[in-house]
Design a protein around this ligand. Sequence first.
Ligand SMILES: Nc1ncnc2c1ncn2[C@@H]1O[C@H](COP(=O)(O)OP(=O)(O)O)[C@@H](O)[C@H]1O
Ligand SMILES: O=C(OP(=O)(O)O)[C@H](O)COP(=O)(O)O
Length: 397
Amino acid sequence: MESLGDLRGKRVLVRSDLNVPLDGTTITDDGRIRASVPTITQLSDAGARVVVTAHLGRPKGAPDPAYSLEPVAGRLSELLGRPVAFATDTVGASASETVAGLEDGDVALLENVRFNDGETSKDDQVRGAFADQLAQLADTFVSDGFGVVHRKQASVYDVALRLPSAMGGLVAAEVDVLRRLTEEPERPYVVVLGGSKVSDKLGVIDNLIDKADKLLIGGGMVFTFLKAQGHEVGKSLLEADQLDTCNRYLSEAADRGVEIVLPTDVVVDTAFPSGDREPQPSVVPASEIPADALGLDIGPESAAAFAAALADARTVFWNGPMGVFETDAFAGGTRAVAQALTEIDGLSVVGGGDSAAAVRQLGFDEAAFGHISTGGGASLEFLEGKELPGIAVLERG
Ligand SMILES: Nc1ncnc2c1ncn2[C@@H]1O[C@H](COP(=O)(O)OP(=O)(O)O)[C@@H](O)[C@H]1O
Ligand SMILES: O=C(OP(=O)(O)O)[C@H](O)COP(=O)(O)O
């Protein structure tokens, strides 16, 4: 951030990734907030008037109390050890008044940037108009939300075209580690994919087949592959329009000698876990998921097979929990993969908000892993070799 010169008295807009899991208004994992503190502290200590913008979840371009950043403001203040002024909108009257009231070194957090449809609009003009409003709140921009740099969105990309901009320390550190994974990783190189953002991640597999020696697929990713193989998947997560894609991946991997490991058994229930129903898990063969059931974790046989497939790895990248780990009945696969990563002799990287949260919530010591990345999709797309809009925009001449 040295390129921004003396920041004393300057309004600095910081794009952080504060997209943390919530249970109501309770933050169940504050990892991403913690990861954002060093850059915000550095700017505040330099006398900047720090204006933090971030998203939470995927509200539909309008205010939704379930996705308010207000609970995050409180936790950010605790971790910073200094007050955080919370604006109840992003670019409206509250934001303007809050920013105008900042003194040198003060910190403010704007309300969820995705409450504004301009943030995620695919229309450059609409997105640009919203970026204009964001830019009016600041003199310079610091991009520090690694978890969202793969998104061409107003607060990540367009605003950097309107203000003197720099990469924050978190993004710089993440890129530095991930570069090690893309430049001649030690082999065997194993990628573990799971989670629920299936459509995002299916696209990544094509490139990873060229880079990894093994792909282990769990979580919500599994069922589109199983369906593509002709198996019934009941009410499980499914990208029904991606069956041919999955079959293509399976045959491409076979042609290239890349092993794709799918679960052979699955933990199912007849409903997604919720607070008002005791889970009723049962283990079934992956090829025999009952029509009224949904797959919520990889089974014990598969967990053991995944751990065995990881045992001799020298480089592992893992994004996406193996199951709905938030409920213990469906945490076994995630726990087994996390344990296996702590035992490898090499570089293990865990990427993703929920993956990192899972590792912490399941009681693992973060130091037992080579790196815990705040970005899942962002890391995956970096590993694919894709240009990440939020980074490319900072590097343009
Ligand atoms: N079989 C499954 N069905 C539905 N959701 C799942 C399944 N397995 C894992 N998940 C969910 O995936 C979510 C995390 O997915 P994702 O956001 O893709 O991970 P990350 O944030 O690490 O990139 C978790 O909240 C978990 O409950
Ligand atoms: O949670 C995030 O990504 P991840 O699930 O890939 O870790 C980031 O905050 C990006 O969120 P998005 O996937 O709603 O754009």
